[in-house]
Design a protein around this ligand. Structure first.
Ligand code: 5GP
Length: 139
């Protein structure tokens, strides 16, 4: 994100109103304006990175801690015991706001949203090379 503030930075700064759930030095959380289910919440780093892999280690770890705490409260308030945490990076992956955010979406027995995909069996020959390469790239 070069130049202009992202939509979520404008929300964090209070320029655009939101139903705030949580805020600390690194993280801001608020209700999604178009919820997939009752209690659908967004958790956003204040650092204005577009994709998850661009975040500083500090923001990433603060997000992880906030996600667990906020999820716990959503479960208590909504009474569900199932929920999805989703995070889209890039338009091909469904990202529409280019400022990192996690969705916490309670899953009710009647919830319409589904998160399923067609899968194939892992090719074990390819897998060992793939795992090695990815593992080597982690710094
Ligand atoms: P994405 O598709 O990028 O993963 O998710 C973006 C999310 O931001 C969507 O679920 C959308 O409903 C939510 N959203 C977009 N604009 C606003 C807004 O102005 N306020 C709030 N609270 N949520 C928004």
């Amino acid at each position: 994100m070069k130049g202009e503030k992202s939509l979520f930075t404008r929300i964090i700064e209070g320029e655009i109103p939101s139903f705030k759930i949580y805020e600390n030095e690194h993280v801001y959380s608020f209700l999604d304006i178009n919820p997939a289910s009752y209690g659908h919440t967004l958790v956003v780093p204040k650092e204005p990175a577009s994709s998850l892999h661009e975040l500083s280690p500090e923001s990433a770890s603060e997000l992880g801690m906030a996600l667990a705490k906020i999820s716990k409260s959503i479960l208590e308030v909504t009474g569900v015991d199932s929920y999805n945490v989703i995070q889209n990076n890039g338009s091909e992956a469904g990202q529409t706001v280019f400022h990192v955010h996690f969705h916490i979406i309670p899953k009710y027995p009647h919830s319409a949203h589904q998160l399923t995909w067609d899968s194939v069996k892992l090719d074990s020959e390819d897998a060992s090379e793939l795992a090695r390469k990815i593992s080597m790239g982690i710094v």
